[in-house]
Design a protein. Structure first.
Length: 348
């Protein structure tokens, strides 16, 4: 008599099992938002940016510019993480204020639009750990299964175009094409699309409307630099460059660390992609400001505000379905030493 082993659990099954273990009363406590915290966090991050600009303007030396870039970029990244909370309605209990704060005080100054960021990111949450995840190329070793290719990925150069493209109308069109292909594979090509999935009648008009904060903020920032003691090219050095070097690049690295598994092929690690970190404070500030290192908890309950994720972490950190790593840099070093991966690579 032969016995067959049960099929491995999928990521939705794993997430469902963990969620069911939490009492509703406990979850309600985690989900309660503090509106004043949103204002405090945003104001402090913008004050940090102001401090960096003041240092550069006061001294205008190479070292002052270097310090300013580090401060400004890090606080831009912190704001970006707050906008990530807003994507899930976890920044402010008033939904209109929640979206307006992200749209006007984060995404507009950083050349981004809330709507496209939300579309892509919610698809990532829905399909994480499956081939349908639009961010899967960040998590797997496809295109980075050698030390050199992985270091190129960590520079941001290998993924910049693809990551920017997916948060444009072209990304929406590509996502719609992926959904249609999936429906055709399931024999559902003639089904009626879900409410809200209909594309806009005028994509260009929609694109411009969503980026109105960008169109207002960027001329305003250039004007403010022109009025300041700083040279006008400081706009590129102190504002645009940190968005790439200290927002985009750390976020690509963090996205890999939060879901990357030392397994090949990628599908063999899909049940292991719930990962959190307990890094030293300086690593958290660099790669995961505003408690983004509690990433498994965020995926389990996306509407928990960042300042309460530690409560969820205390409740689930010992579960076998969740991996807790101690250091981003330590994990990156382990990855480089393990490459190239093969099907025989042991799980760490």
């Amino acid at each position: 008599m032969t016995t067959t082993s049960p099929p491995p659990m999928t990521m939705p099954d794993i997430e469902r099992r963990i969620r069911q273990a939490i009492a509703p009363s406990q979850l309600r406590q985690w989900l309660t938002l503090n509106p004043t915290r949103a204002y405090r966090d945003i104001i402090l991050d913008w004050l940090g940016i102001g401090l960096g600009l003041a240092i550069a303007a006061q001294f205008q030396t190479l070292w002052s510019y270097a310090i300013a870039i580090l401060i400004i970029g890090n606080r831009q990244y912190a704001l970006f993480i707050l906008a990530h909370d807003a994507i899930h309605g976890a920044l402010h209990p008033n939904r209109r204020l929640n979206d307006s704060l992200a749209r006007w005080l984060v995404y507009g100054p950083m050349f981004m639009a809330l709507e496209d960021a939300r579309r892509n990111h919610l698809q990532h949450h829905r399909h994480m750990g499956t081939p349908a995840d639009p961010d899967r190329y960040l998590h797997t070793f496809e295109g980075k299964n050698s030390p050199l290719a992985f270091l190129l990925y960590c520079s941001g150069l290998a993924t910049f175009g693809k990551t920017v493209l997916k948060v444009t109308p072209f990304g929406r069109m590509n996502m719609r094409g992926m959904n249609m292909r999936g429906m055709n594979m399931r024999g559902m090509s003639n089904s009626t699309p879900k409410t809200g999935s209909t594309p806009p009648q005028n994509p260009l008009k929609d694109y411009v409307k969503q980026r109105l904060p960008v169109l207002i903020w960027q001329p305003l920032l250039i004007w403010l630099f022109w009025l300041s003691p700083l040279p006008i090219w400081a706009y590129l050095l102190l504002w645009v460059f940190p968005i790439y070097a200290l927002v985009f690049v750390p976020d690509e690295i963090r996205a890999f660390c939060d879901h990357g598994v030392l397994r090949h092929p990628a599908s063999s690690g899909d049940s292991l992609r719930l990962v959190s970190f307990g890094p030293p404070f300086w690593e958290a500030a660099m790669f995961a400001p505003h408690h983004m290192h509690y990433h498994a908890e965020h995926h389990l309950w996306p509407a928990i505000p960042h300042y309460k994720l530690h409560l969820a972490h205390d409740a689930v950190r010992d579960r076998p379905e969740i991996t807790v790593r101690r250091s981003y840099l330590g994990f990156l070093w382990r990855v480089v030493r393990s490459l190239p991966l093969s099907s025989q690579t042991p799980v760490v």
